[in-house]
Design a protein around this ligand. Structure first.
Ligand SMILES: Cc1cc2nc3c(=O)[nH]c(=O)nc-3n(C[C@H](O)[C@H](O)[C@H](O)COP(=O)(O)O)c2cc1C
Length: 183
């Protein structure tokens, strides 16, 4: 079983990265896990030209296919996103926009392999869970259009730095247990 854990923050050493590490460590006991950071890749914004609605391909050439290859290799995808202004970070949104060639709302469209399971983790510094739910909804919406089945989520409030994430490791471990039990 291959698991892809994505740091959807541009920060490679922050709270999101720490949650990615904890999840990856837990799941590595039973699965082959790979972690990536959205900022490891260079890609342009979607131009909104809709060429992909007719061709199922983007007119731009950059690292998007490399990220999609990681999705292809994975049976389980875990997206871990911080709240930036009560939403997903711009880099992650730009990636989602560029997944339009693989989006099932138009024909023809490209498609990643079927049967993949997705999980969404949201974190924020503020105290209210509603903002985490909004981020989880964005990720679930993205999964839905790539036909990745969204199987679970975790919201973590009051997390700003790496140390805050470490102090929540039991909660994160319990979440990983639900993923492991579904394998
Ligand atoms: C540009 C920016 C905007 C943010 N906006 C919010 C916000 O609207 N609500 C919130 O609770 N936290 C917000 N935060 C805090 C982050 O969600 C929190 O610090 C998270 O742990 C950042 O993880 P990272 O360092 O791995 O990116 C923001 C942080 C940044 C850098």
């Amino acid at each position: 079983m291959n698991v892809l854990v994505i740091n959807c923050s541009p920060v490679r050493t922050g709270a999101t990265a720490e949650i990615v590490r904890i999840i990856s460590d837990h799941l590595s006991e039973r699965c082959f896990t790979k972690t990536i950071c959205i900022d490891d890749y260079a890609f342009q914004f979607c131009r909104g030209c809709r060429t992909c609605h007719k061709t199922a391909r983007c007119v731009q050439e950059d690292d998007i296919p490399a990220i999609i290859s990681e999705f292809e290799r994975a049976d389980i995808i875990v997206s871990v996103s911080p709240s930036y202004w009560a939403d997903i970070p711009g880099q992650f949104k730009a990636f989602i926009d560029r997944c339009t060639p693989w989006c099932n709302t138009h024909e023809p469209h490209a498609a990643i392999g079927s049967g993949k399971k997705g999980y969404a983790v949201a974190l924020r510094t503020g105290p209210g869970m509603k903002e985490c739910e909004r981020i989880i909804q964005s990720i679930a919406h993205f999964y839905g259009h790539l036909e990745i089945q969204c199987c679970g989520s975790l919201g973590l409030c009051s997390v700003e730095q790496k140390a805050d994430a470490v102090s929540r490791k039991d909660e994160i471990a319990a979440f990983c247990e639900t993923i492991r039990n579904s394998i």
